[in-house]
Ligand binder design. Sequence first.
Ligand code: CIZ
Ligand code: SF4
Length: 319
Amino acid sequence: PEQKTALKERIKRLLKEQQAVLVAHYYVDADLQDLAEETGGCVSDSLEMARFGRDHPAQTLVVAGVKFMGETSKILSPHKRVLMPDLDATCSLDLGCPADEFAAFCDAHPDRTVVVYANTSAAVKARADWMVTSSIGLDIVAHLHAQGKKILWAPDKHLGGYIQKKTGADMLLWQGSCLVHDEFKGIELELLRRQHPRAKILVHPESPEAVVAQADVVGSTTQLIAAAQTLDADEFIVATDNGILHKMKMAAPGKRFIDAPTAGNSATCKSCAHCPWMAMNGLQNLADVLESGRNQIHVDADISRKAVLCIDRMLDFAA
Ligand code: CIZ
Ligand code: SF4
């Protein structure tokens, strides 16, 4: 703990010296989330992180999250320096959707409007007509469906399937998944609900259909935190990365939060309810990148110019 306090002080000093701001995702370690808040940065979902970074006067953004979040921040702030604690922190959705294979998929279906989830590389976004996040994906697909458009969706099959079911849109789905959410199991959740009959069930739509079907609220990270705060219940079962519980407990003090069950347990399942790539962000590597200036995110200028179009389209739709 002594060492932890010293590291935190060092990070605070470095943030000031470097005129940098810390932007953290809800899924990273609670220490990093607290530091971001204490130092005037932000803790949020991937979209809000990028928007906050863009609108903040600091010329250096330190992004505690995974690679696609660093890239989106860089695309929205091309003239700022964007650093990340560990450049190997990635995402199974991003990894499972390589840009060349995705381009071939799009080429094979030229009649479809290409909609991609935020959890993709800059190169994949450069090929898309729209980027969406889990908070607005449903509205955007419903809007495109109303215009008679057919959709090519990538990469998350569970989120895509959920949106397809809700909107009735014609969607061709890439078959990717999040290794964390994919582990939540419908049968285990049914058993756990019997033990906690009054608990409300909060589910992120990257989860399998059998889990989503049992939800009281299906939504993005920000929407689930709001639900924890506003729903009239004192117990919740939460199907998303358990890094979010830190924020939920602060937003709704006195309420009880339980991880949704997975088939494995923490001894057998390395990604159960917590993303191994989010976990690569720590106090030590955060301090180190601030000190050294290493781990800068670069996005090819041509890719960035194309990718920003699908992001701006979503931001304009949301406005
Ligand atoms: O699962 C993720 O990585 C999420 C929810 C990202 C985001 O958009 O904040
Ligand atoms: Fe990707 Fe899943 Fe990790 Fe989010 S939790 S970064 S979707 S692997």
